[in-house]
Write a protein that binds this ligand. Sequence first.
Ligand code: 2BA
Length: 108
Amino acid sequence: MKLVISIVNNEDSAVVATALTKENFTVTKLSTTGGFLMVGNTTFLIGTEDEKVQRVKDIIQKYSHTRKHTATTTNSFGRGFDEGALQQEVTVGGATVFVLGVDEMEKY
Ligand code: 2BA
């Protein structure tokens, strides 16, 4: 068994969750914040059998889109108010996916 942890843009999270649950995956959706941009994103926890991990990744990839984001970043902290110091454009996503081995899963 595996635990898929995936960080997805908030704007894609509803469609990703819908697509996963439609295919009978069980999903936990967490409201999270990226440490660099300090803006909200969504982290999914999906426990599933090893042979279904590829399908989970395919669904996440299909519905997660890349976006440009201009924001104040933690990189700018301590740099004062020089022109350009507070804003930075970065490409965010589609999704970041981690796959972890699971020793045990129990439901009581
Ligand atoms: P953030 O940490 O807010 O990062 C947003 C985007 O800013 C990243 O997009 C990347 O393009 C850029 N970025 C992040 N850290 C940077 C740095 N130290 N220097 C320069 N640019 C940087 P993504 O890579 O698509 O990541 C989107 C979100 O996924 C991240 O939001 C974070 O919440 C999560 N994430 C990505 N990689 C991760 C990792 N290795 N571990 C934990 N969370 C991760």
